[in-house]
Design a protein around this ligand. Structure first.
Ligand code: PLP
Length: 370
């Protein structure tokens, strides 16, 4: 179905950058720069500078960033890692693939880890915490880091949705032992396929991730240090991401203006909860603009009829997927979020007409359809 307001429009995105992207790709192809060349190193350096850390290591997905960061932090079979259930499944799968056990705790009303619940989840086997900066909003990092210090835990930030977001002026991915990013095409910084990166100030962790992504091999010596994986960020992909990274501050500013427009347009609807905006300690980047209502499914169906595309992240609690083999935790907030959340159209290319059409339809729905 062709939507009058698509959730995101990759063709429009490409059209706005075509000359720069085509030039970057053509240069790689013409020079044979296909694997681990200067484009990858340049991108890593620029990303590290942007996030505010010493090292960035490009890998081929956000999942691999999480996996290698956990391995680099020493997570092994027998360990437990505390994280949230309200996240993309890759956060939890990375823990499981280290041989460790995920311990899932509830989130607060802002969809991020409820820091008050962390201490109760810690046991002698706990090795790490993974706060997930969901929807482009950083978790309450000061209290979380203090707890991690108290119990000697590694903090691996799942910043897949939060490149550029800040808490107390510090960017997502700069405060924990490592930050993990995804460049999946529809992220704020999206490639043309899968991609990811680890950011860190820890030289040993950066080196381990650099080896793990290349089958454990140190290409300078030919020595194999680990059983690694084939998981390097493609050089052509890095060249494109490097071009896009220069535009990221403008895109973030546009997303924040859209969020402000949604905020004004949707204020005062009794049965609708809208995200917080412009708090003193945070700058959210609105990877997703997520509203919440008990009549979510009816609202979504109405918006679809009106040609407005929305998404639900995520409709079913993770532990209810039998294939994941997770124990059933008692997480009431996560459970109700799954029934109530709806992500509205949001991208660097979204127009004011599209924002207005979306706001008008939502207002119309609550005024006349329920
Ligand atoms: C919160 C979160 N964590 C992890 C990931 C995994 O990233 P990728 O899809 O690049 O493996 C994603 C991406 O979808 C995500 O949104």
């Amino acid at each position: 179905m062709a939507y009058r307001v698509p959730f995101i429009d990759p063709r429009r995105h490409y059209a706005t950058l075509k000359p720069e992207i085509d030039r970057a790709i053509t240069e790689c192809l013409a020079n044979g720069d296909l694997v681990n060349r200067h484009q990858l190193k340049d991108f890593e350096q620029h990303l590290a500078e942007f996030v505010g850390v010493k090292y960035a290591v490009g890998v081929n997905s956000g999942y691999h960033a999480l996996l290698f960061a956990l391995l680099g932090a020493g997570v092994e079979p027998g360990h437990e890692v505390v994280t949230v259930a309200h996240t993309f499944v890759a956060t939890v799968s990375a823990i499981v693939h280290c041989g460790a056990s995920p311990v899932l705790i509830d989130v607060g009303p802002d969809f991020n880890m409820d820091v008050d619940r962390i201490e109760r989840a810690i046991t002698p086997r706990t090795k790490a915490l993974i706060p997930v900066h969901l929807n482009g909003r950083v978790c309450e990092m000061d209290r979380l880091l203090a707890l991690a210090d108290k119990y000697g835990l590694a903090v691996i930030e799942d910043a897949a949705q939060a490149l550029g977001a800040t808490f107390d002026g510090k960017r997502a991915g700069s405060q924990g032992r490592a930050g993990c990013f995804s460049f999946y095409p529809f992220k704020v910084l999206g490639g043309f396929g899968d991609g990811g990166a680890i950011t860190t100030n820890d030289a040993a962790l950066a080196r381990m991730a650099t080896l793990l992504r290349y089958n454990g091999e140190d290409r300078a010596t030919g020595d194999y240090h680990y059983h690694g994986q084939t998981a390097l960020l493609d050089n052509v992909q890095a060249a494109v991401l490097d071009v896009k990274l220069r535009h990221l501050p403008d895109w973030i500013a546009h997303r924040r203006r859209i969020a402000a427009a949604y905020h004004r347009g949707l204020a005062g609807i009794t049965r609708l909860r809208i995200p917080r905006f412009d708090e003193a300690r945070r700058e959210d980047i609105f990877q997703n603009y997520v509203i919440r209502t008990g009549v979510r499914d009816q609202l979504r169906a109405y918006l679809k009829e009106q040609g407005i595309e929305t998404l639900v992240h995520w409709p079913k609690p993770m532990w209810e997927h039998p294939g994941l083999g997770l124990a059933t935790p008692d997480l009431p907030e996560t459970r109700s979020i799954c029934r109530e959340v709806l992500s509205l159209p949001m991208s660097a290319e979204l127009t004011w007409e599209e924002v207005k059409a979306t706001v008008d339809c939502i207002r119309d729905f609550f005024a006349t359809h329920i």
